[in-house]
Design a protein around this ligand. Structure first.
Ligand code: UT7
Length: 312
């Protein structure tokens, strides 16, 4: 597995947000752990960010792009209604071997969903080398007057190359959803329904409580499925939504925060970009080492949630 990440150049600090809405650096840091977020330039799109992250992962893997035979891109903020952002990316990368390329939408769990699909294709022998990307330009679907959401989200993209000979690779993935919670976190406008405003609406505190409970459950499900205990985990690589949600999950696992990859302070909640960005930053820092056991976990709109247990 090789990783890549990309964050837009423009940084928005908590102080800058405090000049826009009724908030403070102190509130944002205490309630979320976020210090800053990156915001895409006006003409910078999800495909632009995905391309940079993908190129970084391809360079780390040191492979010929045309050996990639499966592309799956997780996003809730595609460039166009169609073609998919994955197809736009395939062309930009110069991949002309006719491999499958498609987007999936599972909001903040999108990367884990994409990883799971790619893993199944590889394990079944249908693909040999997959490019998996999570990318979101949340800044384009934020109401910049709503302090309960605009302080939480940011833009970014992360990518991995997963190949058939990655040994031992992905042990298991676990995906779940419950559409009964759609009202708690949504962008209430789309293509066939344009009645609502095209901005993120979140009942944050209710989302928070369910996220903590659900993530603890999925961590247990994942360990049980593999006959492992919490002591077998070298690194927890959680969705970076809120430091307090991450800390609560780590506490349930009785895992020291030293074993948790934390990037939320640097870029806030980047939705589908969050886990691959965290993974990439810990790999490049040399914290995550070959052979270590990683537990990835995500929770997001839908609700969707999921996990992956990986030998890096
Ligand atoms: O990634 C997908 C899943 N999403 C998540 O996991 C996000 C989950 N939710 C959260 O991270 C947190 O709920 C938030 C960070 C969004 C909010 O934190 P909270 O501790 O749950 O705050 P709250 O919504 O319960 O609001 C507490 C108070 C309220 O004021 P009153 O009613 O007590 O007077 C809010 O109006 O904080 C107020 N508030 C703010 N104050 C200053 C809400 N947003 C802000 C703000 N600055 N930006």
């Amino acid at each position: 597995m090789a990783t890549g990440g990309y964050l837009p150049e423009r940084i928005m600090t908590n102080a800058e947000l405090a000049s826009m809405v009724d908030t403070t650096d102190e509130w944002i840091q205490t309630r979320t752990g976020i210090k800053k977020r990156h915001i895409a330039a006006e003409n910078e799109t999800t495909a632009d960010m995905a391309e940079q992250a993908a190129r970084n992962a391809i360079a780390a893997a040191d492979i010929d792009v045309n050996s990639i035979d499966f592309i799956i891109l997780a996003t809730s903020t595609p460039d166009l209604i169609y073609p998919s952002t994955a197809c736009l990316l395939q062309n930009r990368l110069g991949i002309h071997n006719g491999c499958a390329a498609f987007d999936i939408q599972a909001v903040c769990s999108g990367f884990v969903y994409a990883l799971s699909i790619a893993d199944k294709y590889i394990k079944s022998g249908s693909a040999k080398r997959a490019l998996i990307i999570g990318a979101d330009t949340n800044s384009k679907i934020l109401d910049w007057t709503d302090r309960s959401t605009c302080v939480v989200f940011g833009d970014g993209a992360g990518a991995v190359i997963l190949q058939a000979n990655d040994e031992p690779g992905i042990y298991s993935t676990h995906l779940h959803a419950d559409g009964a919670y759609a009202d708690l976190l949504q962008v209430p406008s789309g293509v066939s329904n344009r009645k609502g405003e095209p901005f993120i609406k979140m009942r944050g505190n209710e989302v928070f409580k369910i996220a903590v409970k659900t993530l603890s459950d999925i961590v247990k499900e994942t360990l049980d499925a593999n006959g492992l205990t919490k002591n077998d985990i070298d690194w927890l690589v959680p969705h970076q939504a809120n430091i307090r949600i991450i800390a609560a999950t780590a506490k349930k696992l009785e895992l020291s925060m030293d074993k948790v990859v934390l990037t939320v302070a640097e870029h806030g909640n980047t939705s589908a970009g969050s886990i691959p960005l965290a993974l990439d930053s810990a790999v490049r820092a040399g914290d995550i080492k070959r052979g270590q056991t990683l537990l990835l976990e995500a929770f997001g709109g839908g609700f969707t949630w999921g996990s992956a247990l990986i030998k890096y």
